[in-house]
Structure formats: C-alpha cells, structure tokens
Design a protein around this ligand. Structure first.
Ligand code: FUL
Ligand code: CA
Length: 698
C-alpha cells in the first residue's frame, strides 16, 4: 500500500514538473516577495492610531515623567475606531501600544507604567486586548507599534532594557492572535526622564538591539508578523511623514548598505533598483498635522485635495498607505477626521467606479510561446493571478486596447505580477484620439500597483508600451477609468499689508465669504485682489463652470493682521532680513546663528499695540535640504518691553521627521512685545531658520 502511494506520488511530481515545462512559465527575476509580503501588499490601505498619555498632556513626544494617572478617556470605544476604519475600506489598524514616553496601553507584567495605574476602568482596562477583539469583530487585521526608545525606563541604554523590550514584544505577540505588522520607529535616543536621571542617552541602534536576534525571536513567536522599520525588516519607511512615494518606486532595497548606515533615508522614497532584498515601501501620514490629538488642530485636518493626492502618491505609486487617525481625549476618533475620511473614500470610490478596458479588443506585440495562457486578455480579466508575459529576453513590447466607440479616460492602473519580481523600468501610454496617437504618459516603474492620473482624453484605442525592463515582461492587470473631474480648492493668501489674493487653475471661478458661512456659486465672485485687514475666516471655493462642479471649501483664518508688526531686536544677523519671519509668507525665512553666535539666539517682535493672545506658532522652513530646525525654545511676552514673562518653553517634538507648524498654547495674556528664543537646533546644527512666527489670539 505504502509503495503504491509512493509510486503515485512519484508520478504526480513527474507530471507536475513535466507540465510546468510544457507551459514554460517565466522564471522569477531578482528578489521576490514572500507570501507574507504579498498578502501585506494587497492590504494597500490601513489605519494608524496614536493615543496615549500624550493625548492628555497635549504633546507629540512625552518626556517620560508624565503620570499614568493622566490617562483618563471618558468614552473610550475601540469599536468606534474599528467601525470607521472598516467603513473606509481599510484593511487593518496599527495601534501605538507604547510610544517614546514608555506608557503601555496594555497592563504589561514588566512595568507599572501602564493603563493598570490609570483611572480608566479603575486600572482594569486593556486597550490592546479590546482593540484586538474589535478587529476580529470587524474583520480587520491588527498591527502594533512598540517604541524601541523609552524615555521613561531607568535602564534604557543598558542591557537590562533590551530584556524588558523583548519581554514586552513577547507579551504583545503572544496574547492577541495574529499581529500582521510590528512597527519599530526610528526615533531613538536623546534626552529623557530615564527613571529620574534626567539626562541624554545615546545608543547605537544596530548594536544595542541586536535586531538579528530580536527578529529571530519575533518570527519564532509570530511567523505571520511582518516587521517594518529598523533592522533587517520586510517593509520600509517611505522616507517622509507626508505619505508619498516617488514616481519611481522599487520594492527593493540594498538592505545590507542600509544596515551599515550607508543609505540616506530620502532614498526610501524610490527604493533601490539594484536592491538585494524585497522590502516594499509603506507611506505613513497623519490626517492632521500631528500624530497625537491636539484640540488646537481640530480645524487643521488635512484637506480633501491633499488626502486624494496622498492616496494617488502612495497606493498609486507602489506603496501601502498607513493613515493615522489620532484618537481624542474622549477616546474616540474625532468627528472632523471621520468626516474628512468619508469624503476621501467617496472620491476614491467614484474614481474607480467603472472599469473601461474589460471587453475591449486587446492585442500584444509579443506573447510568450504564443501560448494563450500568457495572452493579453489576462490583463483585463480582473484576475490578479493570470498575466500577460513576453518571451525570455523581450523587454520591450506593447499592448493595444481597441474600444468599440470613443471612450473618455483619465486614470490608468497597471500591475506587475510581482510574485515573479519587479521588472519594468520604463513605459509609455498612448491614446488614439481622432485617428491620431497622442502620448499621454511617460513613466518609469510599475510594481504591485501604479495609478496614473492623466488629462481626460476621448480615445478610440489605448496603447501601453513597456520600453525597458530588467527581464521579460510579466503584467497581471491593466485598467482604465474616467474619474469625475476633481476641482481643486483655490489658494487664498493675505500679505502683510492686508492684500488678499486668490488663485485657481485656468477657467475656474472663485466664490467666497468672509462671515464664516459656507460659500456657494451664489456667494461673492472673486474679481481680483482686495484689501482686508480684519480678523476673519475666509471661505472660498473654486468652480468649474462648464461642468458645474465645485471644489471642497478652502478655509483660511486670518488672525491679527501683521501690518503694524516690527522686528525690534535680534541677537545676531541682519535685522532687516529678520522681517521675513513676520511677512505672512512661510516660504521666505530668516536664518541666524553660527559658530561665533552660539545658542541661545533670539528675536524680539513689537506687535504695535497690546492684544490678547493665548499662544504662538513657529512655522519652520518647508523646502530644501537644510531646514535648520529649532528643537528647543522659550517664548516670552511683555506689555512694555521691560518686564518679561515666560509663557512657554520646551521641545518641538518630532520636528525632524515632521517639520509642520508648531503650535504652543498658553494661558491668555495681554501683550505687545514677543520674545522668541531658540535654545538648540536639530542635530549638531549651529544655525536655525524661521519661516514665520505668529500669535494665536484669544
Ligand atoms: C515618528 C515618531 O517619533 C512619531 O512620534 C510618530 O510615532 C511617527 C509615526 O513616527 O518617527
Ligand atoms: Ca489578470
């Protein structure tokens, strides 16, 4: 009996090998993804949740000395998070289980610094466990973020902390079912509480954590977990916290070079064409400026325009999108964020509503072995497992789709069959319009998914030409859509003298209000710049008049006009140049300090009259390689320029990775003079820049 079985087995293997040969499938080329990486890539879009002590202390990075007693959500409801994420069509949630301040959202057996010492549920709660259950209920995957840096732990920097860190990993990976992704953030080392030591501790990440060992431990415990970030990871950061990949985006990385510290992080935006390992990009971004909830950002939720752009520049550029929803003090995803997310999802749905290539007549310039198993029809069968392939060595080929009648198109989606590797280096798309072929796109990589936004054309045929590839071509899908026209919001600006300018693209009209009401096409029509130096909320829309489609509403809050503001004194540098920090234009900046003019460096402003203020904002430089970011500051006010009161001091947390406008709120005060002190710069910098300084009025 056993013999017969073996014999059968032998035959089936023989048959299998033989049939493979007959079919002559293309061989894999270069690094290929594991099944785990493939499954992960297909998730495409999932949520991040930042919610911790920082939510209650209004910080982005806790120092590590905050009391766990401050964690006191009033209506914490993880099912609300899961519902919102599910409704948005996202596939999972990555929860920050422990951020840099060391507070744990689960009752870890290895520390007192956790929910068990908080008033929430009288210390009996466990956010990680609750979320794991909610994810199951809503059929979402659960991922976890455990910060390697711990600004609270007394032993951080010593070997004992590594044992602690690994013990916590064990707790997280064994008690909550499958964890689809483990997130190890790169921010590590610096000042902190460290059990009361209050000092600066620096570590060498690679040596200190022995990631090889740590990863082995993870895979033993949780083979289905994909590890992101630091170490020999299976997915990489996209190199910015704005949620976008470069157009050219390889799912490959020279990870050996990376681990040796030879790769600049900006390279993550494109990956490496010659990378030796499959390490796809994941684009992380928050729906608000900050990662944690701050009431001051309730009206700063990213615009629909921006989010749509982010989607196309991440998922549409071969990267997964990890969108952060900061949970507020109640313990809920804030309604403003939920509303915006819904708007985004509605646009995505509408854009990809009707696929247009299915049913077209399709013809390829080359088909592998002339075998219909590899035919061009596989590109439009809606099945990601069937593909069109060319003969070995054919790295240049085209496919043509013939429409029955002229068809309007403005989106093209392409997918490589990445199981066999990422190959395409360059391609073009042409459309036949009124009997003439027009080039509508000239692009580089494809990868798992590439989506092109092109100007709408009415095509009788479409031609995709792969013009360069690493090996023969293997594509699984090509799709086309005609997305509704998306009208972008107008740009609204006011200069220092109170002159308001609005801009939109060709042919669109702009309508606006200045009384806070929602603008419509019946509101005031913008007809050119005008003076408006009052405090006001200006709301404006752009309107495509021929299609009668409006943009989202652009809301701009004009605070105290800076017309009468003056720079009164600077600690170094040219005082005239310093006017650029109050010219209402964040793109112009003042840079100061150098090796002879050391920190602290300061700037004094005279607002011209006494006003009631409750905070200030520092807008760092946004563009360029040298942002000269300030890391620690002090802020003083005065009524007479003699007696100064310190209103705020501290750090601009996470400003290096996320150089957004920094808002600092303090108790209401009357002031005429402002004094902003830069105490230190990011890195070892001696120079700092200010794009703009503003005050937040009462
Ligand atoms: C960063 C962290 O330092 C931020 O606080 C945040 O968690 C973000 C996702 O990663 O580098
Ligand atoms: Ca297919």
């Amino acid at each position: 009996m056993k013999k017969l079985f073996l014999l059968l087995n032998f035959f089936s293997i023989f048959y299998f090998v033989h049939s493979q040969e007959l079919i002559n499938e293309p061989k894999p080329f270069g690094p290929v993804p594991t099944q785990k990486q493939l499954d992960w890539q297909e998730m495409e879009f999932y949520a991040f949740i930042h919610f911790s002590l920082n939510t209650f202390t209004n910080k982005e990075w806790g120092f590590g000395d905050e009391s766990p007693q401050l964690f006191s959500p009033t209506d914490l409801d993880v099912r609300q998070w899961a519902r919102i994420v599910k409704d948005a069509g996202m596939k999972g949630i990555i929860l920050v289980a422990k951020h840099h301040d060391g507070f744990c959202l689960w009752p870890s057996a290895y520390t007192e610094r956790s929910v068990k010492n908080s008033p929430w549920k009288n210390g009996k709660g466990d956010v990680v466990k609750e979320l794991a259950e909610a994810c199951k209920e809503y059929n979402l995957k659960l991922g976890l973020y455990l910060s390697p840096w711990d600004r609270n732990h007394p032993q951080y920097g010593k070997p004992e902390y590594i044992t602690y860190f690994r013990n916590q990993l064990k707790e997280l990976l064994t008690n909550h079912g499958d964890v689809f992704e483990m997130w190890f953030d790169g921010a590590n080392g610096g000042d902190g509480y460290y059990g009361g030591a209050n000092e600066i501790r620096k570590i060498n990440t690679m040596e200190y954590y022995n990631w090889e060992e740590t990863y082995k431990m993870i895979y033993n415990l949780a083979p289905n977990t994909l590890v992101w970030g630091i170490g020999p990871s299976e997915a990489r950061w996209i190199g910015n916290e704005d949620g976008y990949a470069n157009k050219t985006n390889w799912s490959l990385l020279r990870q050996k070079d990376d681990l040796a510290g030879k790769v600049h992080y900006t390279e993550y935006m494109s990956g490496h064409e010659d990378g030796e390992k499959w390490v796809s990009g994941e684009a992380d971004v928050s729906i608000r400026p900050g990662w944690f909830y701050h009431a001051a950002e309730d009206d700063k939720v990213r615009s629909l325009d921006e989010l749509v752009d982010i989607y196309y520049k991440s998922v549409g550029r071969n990267a997964n999108l990890l969108l952060n929803l900061p949970v507020d003090k109640r313990g809920l995803v804030n309604e403003n964020d939920e509303k915006r997310l819904k708007e985004l999802v509605a646009v995505i749905k509408a854009d990809f509503k009707t696929e247009l290539l299915r049913g077209t007549k399709v013809k390829a310039s080359n088909i592998r072995d002339n075998n219909r198993l590899f035919s061009a029809e596989n590109l439009i069968d809606g099945d990601k497992n069937t593909y069109w392939a060319t003969d070995d060595g054919v790295k240049n080929a085209s496919i043509e789709f013939q429409f029955e009648k002229p068809t309007a198109i403005n989106r093209i989606l392409l997918q490589e069959y990445i199981k066999l590797g990422q190959r395409v280096k360059a391609f073009t798309v042409e459309a036949e319009v009124d009997g003439e072929w027009l080039i509508v796109a000239n692009e580089t990589t494809i990868g798992y998914k590439r989506i092109l936004r092109i100007n709408r054309v009415k095509a009788t045929a479409l031609r995709v030409s792969i013009t360069n590839a690493k090996a023969n071509i293997v594509l699984s899908e090509i799709k086309a859509y005609n997305a509704p026209t998306f009208v972008k919001m107008p740009i609204v600006q006011r200069d220092k003298n109170g002159v308001v300018t609005m801009e939109t693209i060709g042919g669109n009209a702009i309508y606006y209000t200045v009384d806070g009401t929602e603008p419509t096409e019946k509101s005031q029509l913008y007809q050119g710049t005008f003076m408006f130096d009052k405090t006001a909320v200006v709301k404006a829309i752009a309107r495509n008049t021929s299609e009668q489609i409006n943009s989202a509403v652009k809301t701009v809050k004009f605070g105290l006009s800076k017309t009468n503001w003056k720079i009164w004194k600077v600690s170094s540098g040219d005082i005239k140049e310093a006017e650029k920090v109050i010219d209402e234009n964040p793109e112009t900046n003042w840079t100061f300090g150098d090796s002879t003019h050391k920190f602290p460096q300061e700037v004094f402003i005279d607002m011209g009259k006494v006003s009631k203020i409750k905070g200030f904002s520092y807008m760092p430089l946004q563009m360029g390689d040298q942002l000269n970011l300030i890391s620690n500051y002090e802020f003083y006010t005065s009524k007479d320029a003699k007696k100064w009161t310190k209103q705020s001091e501290g750090e601009f947390s996470n400003i290096k990775n996320n150089p957004i406008e920094q808002l600092k709120i303090f108790k209401k005060v009357k002031a005429r003079y402002l004094r902003f002190v830069a105490l230190s710069a990011i890195g070892k910098g001696e120079r700092v820049s200010i794009g703009e300084l503003s005050v937040i009025e009462e």
